[in-house]
Write a protein that binds this ligand. Structure first.
Ligand SMILES: Cc1cc2nc3c(=O)[nH]c(=O)nc-3n(C[C@H](O)[C@H](O)[C@H](O)COP(=O)(O)OP(=O)(O)OC[C@H]3O[C@@H](n4cnc5c(N)ncnc54)[C@H](O)[C@@H]3O)c2cc1C
Length: 451
């Protein structure tokens, strides 16, 4: 059997059920990734859908996956183009028997897969998609998806008593050989191929996030086992400065270099060896938020991207592009808000505390359309995840899953509480400040350490 495996938001080898099965059954396997040019199209708001920080992280993740696959005797063929044009042509060339890949439920990802499906069907080629799963398989939920509770607390209370998270699968030890294909594996696209003027690293960034599964597992190991930061997560998670206040797992989770089940397993293992506390509980609690927004998106589909959100009622807003541009640039004149927004634009990262505040400020103080803010986050964030991003924005705009009519933060009060000395604001508003970087270790997360 000759097959193509289409990588999508699953850029890893661990916890890959379908890929692992194919490694046992296929004679030849061609791993392919298509960098869809639609990702870089210019939005009417005046910026590209995907900006340079996430693109760089994605390119690094692809490079890292390619290196891993090469070490296992295979490779990763990365093309800049639409999957429905590239994959059927490859399939014909290698006389593939089938194409496999990760399924999708959001409109754009689904449309991409549907277009490929149609073209493959014309050639009579089977196309098999593996359902995209988070922490829990749908069959482990104690309710039908159509009965998903309308708010997070109700959801959590239903699933927490009997949380059954399958263990993550180990990575395959070998890959089937590559089919004969010419020309050879194309060179990976570079940042210069995609952006005229890629930005430089800002030394003030919380972390130089390195793409790929190994960097992800190293961070997991470092955070939980090497430095035991998980032990104090609940107390530090609202921090703003430095790499240690929260896990920083999100960029790797977003493109699938890290599976949520892998994090869950390590947290449970830590609890068994070192004892559970409020902080270990809180990490799982936050992963459940992520899970909840996935399920909301699975249920609501394109509604999560519409101004009316789940409620179908568009909140009143001012269409003021100048004000919006000032918000994007971090030039609103509100220093706590501006510091957070500059961090985002200059590094592709913002803390959860910052995200809550700048979103509330755009929605409730500037009265701009919440979907504009969500689109700017989509452009900038290296951890952009459609479900978590649009789900959180809907929530703050009062058109999502918040039982309260709206959630407004007072930026002065928040600054006093979370940045009482003004260090964070000085860090981003004063160009001369510097922060220490994070050096990834190449360590095995299965190693056990003293607590
Ligand atoms: C307006 C807004 C937009 C957001 N956009 C995104 C996004 O595009 N991608 C994204 O991954 N997260 C998003 N979040 C959620 C949250 O801010 C980030 O997940 C978190 O800051 C990532 O940092 P961390 O990995 O260090 O998180 P930690 O605090 O260490 O949490 C561990 C993990 O729990 C999950 N998590 C934590 N908080 C949330 C939350 N509120 N919603 C969903 N999952 C959560 C994440 O997977 C995170 O990696 C958004 C939040 C807001 C308020």
């Amino acid at each position: 059997m000759n097959v193509i495996y289409w990588f999508r938001q699953d850029l890893r080898l661990h916890d890959q059920a379908l890929l692992s099965q194919l490694c046992e059954s296929a004679d030849t396997l061609l791993p392919v990734y298509c960098l869809n040019p639609d990702l870089f199209r210019r939005l009417t708001l005046g910026f590209a859908k995907t900006g340079p920080w996430r693109t760089r992280f994605l390119l690094e993740s692809l490079k890292a996956l390619q290196t891993q696959l090469r070490q296992l005797g295979s490779d990763l063929y990365v093309y800049l183009g639409h999957p429905q044009q590239i994959i059927p042509a490859l399939a014909r060339q290698i006389q593939a028997d089938a194409v496999y890949g990760l399924g999708a439920f959001l409109p754009e990802e689904k449309a991409e897969a549907d277009a490929l499906q149609r073209t493959l069907a014309e050639g009579g080629l089977p196309f098999l998609l593996h359902p995209s799963e988070g922490l829990l398989p749908l069959e482990n939920l104690p309710f039908d998806l159509k009965d998903l509770p309308k708010n997070f607390t109700a959801f959590r209370k239903l699933i927490e008593p009997d949380l059954q998270v399958p263990p993550p699968l180990p990575p395959p030890q070998h890959l089937p050989q590559l089919p004969e294909l010419s020309p050879d594996c194309p060179a990976l696209p570079s940042m210069q191929d995609l952006f005229q003027d890629p930005p430089q690293d800002d030394p003030r960034a919380v972390l130089r996030f390195g793409g790929g599964e190994r960097a992800a597992l190293a961070r997991l190991d470092d955070y939980i086992w090497q430095r035991g930061l998980i032990r104090t997560y609940k107390e530090t998670r609202n921090g703003l400065l430095g790499e240690a206040y929260s896990s920083k797992f999100s960029p790797w989770l977003a493109n699938g270099a890290l599976s949520a089940r892998q994090i869950y397993r390590q947290v449970r293992k830590y609890e068994n060896q070192c004892g559970a506390n409020d902080s270990t509980y809180w990490m799982i609690f936050e992963l459940l938020w992520r899970e909840y927004f996935r399920l909301v998106a699975l249920q609501a589909g394109k509604q999560i991207f519409l101004s009316g959100g789940l409620r179908g009622k568009v909140p009143p807003a001012k269409v003021d592009q100048t004000l919006f541009a000032a918000w994007c640039r971090g030039q609103t004149g509100q220093s706590f808000i501006d510091a957070n927004l500059r961090e985002l634009a200059l590094s592709g990262w913002m803390s959860n505390r910052g995200r809550q505040n700048v979103a509330s400020y755009l929605i409730h103080d500037l009265n701009l359309p919440w979907t504009w803010g969500a689109a700017w986050f989509e452009h900038c964030l290296i951890d952009y995840d459609p479900c978590s991003n649009w789900g959180n924005w809907m929530y703050l705009a009062g058109v999502g899953n918040d039982p309260r009519p709206m959630r407004r933060f007072n930026p002065e009060g928040q600054a006093q509480r979370y940045d009482p000395e003004g260090q964070f604001q000085a860090h981003w508003l004063n160009p001369n400040t510097r922060s220490a970087g994070f050096h990834a270790h190449n360590l095995d997360p299965d190693n056990t350490h003293s607590c």
